[in-house]
Ligand binder design. Sequence first.
Ligand code: 4NP
Length: 156
Amino acid sequence: MTKVLFVCLGNICRSPTAHGVFAHQVAESGLSDRIRVDSAGTSGWHDGGLPDSRSMQRAADHGYDLSFIRSRKVAPSDFVEQDYILAMDRENLKDLQKICPQEHAHKLRLFLDYADLPVSEVPDPYYGGNDGFERVLNLVELGGVALLDHLKKNLQ
Ligand code: 4NP
């Protein structure tokens, strides 16, 4: 089983979108028994909460369900148990690098590193308008396809 954890700041906008979209892409590819998907936040500010309603609505408009996701903070056990710990932006990556044991540091990457895109970060949409949420969804869909291609070649 290959385990993928998506990480952002609050775990209510970007990483739950990646969690729901990527789980959908994995299921469509018939790989749900080979790839496990999860998400978490570096902050813990929204522990136990549903994804942001704007993210849920935008995802639903595109056919993805995020209602099964509850926000949680990255836990020390994640560094041991996960295989891929994928940050949405450089700040998230830096925060993860500060708390990740050295022997697991190779698991940390920017999510969009796998995609051939002109951008390498999924921008935080929280304080912006609807455009930001649409952009998150589009980037996450593209990033998910690229990540799945990578994983298919490297399945454990
Ligand atoms: P996320 O967005 O990191 O994509 O979940 C945010 C959610 C909440 C906050 C900031 C960013 N906040 O300041 O509460």
